[in-house]
Write a protein that binds this ligand. Structure first.
Ligand SMILES: [Zn+2]
Ligand SMILES: [Zn+2]
Ligand SMILES: [Zn+2]
Length: 298
């Protein structure tokens, strides 16, 4: 008998995902490329090497308008967001917010994307712990699709789709990894990748940069703890994360809800994905949530 995989549709973007429910892959089944340090390399991001990097914190030039910034997360080359003290992660998140607040004063910049590539398999070219910021004069397509989905949902229900999603996931519990008084961590229903993880603020907020001090502390805790769980369960995988937030020049909205999407690099996109736009995920999110809950870390 042929067991058909399960088709799931993301409620926000209408994107289809094929979840393999019959032969679910466990963490040990993935051919991982764990993050390892190459000793003896000269690093321009290490203290004392400031002359090797450009002095500017901001580079907006007419013509190819935009800005690309690198946020060095710590002076310690061998640390990462999971291993550094929580207070340091809080400083990193604070720096994210400060840079957005500063850059958004330039009214030509419509979108500010904060993201991180960790490990060569996730596209990182520098080993020293860092995140990146790219400011754009346009809203990226991926974000626009989410915005459009959220606007459509709001048009029907007069509620934020993300707030509804949080409520449903909290009730159901099967895809919840952890929850605090400020944040919820879930494996989304239509996860595109194994162990895809979303961090959402419980309180409705369209813009990341409007987080207050308590949110900063709460986010630092939950981001660090989620990365520690992933590290424990998947043996220090390469990963990417992005912060999805409303376009900086837009007023606060009732329909969009900022969040972080975190994707460990465990599989590669193949012809079927490129040809169809469908994603195939070999690990049901209910399974990955269970593994992360059982990681034995707060
Ligand atoms: Zn370094
Ligand atoms: Zn909301
Ligand atoms: Zn998103």
């Amino acid at each position: 008998m042929v067991v058909l995989p399960e088709l799931r549709k993301d409620p926000i973007t209408d994107r289809w995902v094929i979840i393999a429910t019959d032969r679910a892959q466990r963490p040990s089944d993935f051919a991982r490329e764990p993050v390892e340090f190459t000793p003896g390399r000269i690093c321009p991001f290490c203290p004392g090497m400031e002359t090797k990097t450009p002095p500017e914190v901001l580079a907006i030039r007419d013509g190819g308008l935009g800005a690309h910034e690198v946020i060095i997360e710590t002076s310690v080359h061998t640390e990462n967001l999971a291993s550094m003290p929580e207070k340091q992660v809080e400083r990193v998140v604070w720096a994210f917010r400060e840079r957005v607040l500063d850059l958004k004063k330039d009214k030509r910049l419509r979108y500010i994307l904060l993201f991180k590539n960790y490990g060569a398999a996730a596209g990182a070219t520098m080993e020293h712990p860092h995140s990146q910021l790219i400011a754009l004069p346009v809203v990226p397509k991926r974000v626009q699709e989410e915005m459009d989905g959220a606007i459509k949902y709001f048009g029907f229900k007069e509620r934020c789709v993300f707030c509804d999603l949080i409520r449903q996931e909290m009730k159901d519990q099967t895809r919840v990894v952890s929850e605090t008084d400020r944040f919820v961590v879930i494996e989304p229903w239509a996860s595109r990748f194994p162990f895809e993880t979303w961090i959402l603020p419980r309180r409705h907020q369209s813009h990341f940069e409007s987080i207050d001090q308590k949110d900063l502390e709460g986010l630092a805790f939950v981001l660090r703890s989620t990365l520690r769980k992933l590290e424990r369960v998947l043996e220090k995988p390469a990963y990417n994360f992005v912060i999805h937030t409303a376009p900086v020049q837009d007023a606060a909205s009732d329909y969009f809800h900022w969040h972080i999407e975190l994707m460990p690099k465990l599989t590669k996109l193949a012809g079927f994905e490129w040809g169809t736009g469908f994603y195939t995920n070999p690990t049901p999110p209910e399974e990955s949530a269970r593994f992360l809950r059982d990681a034995g870390l707060s």
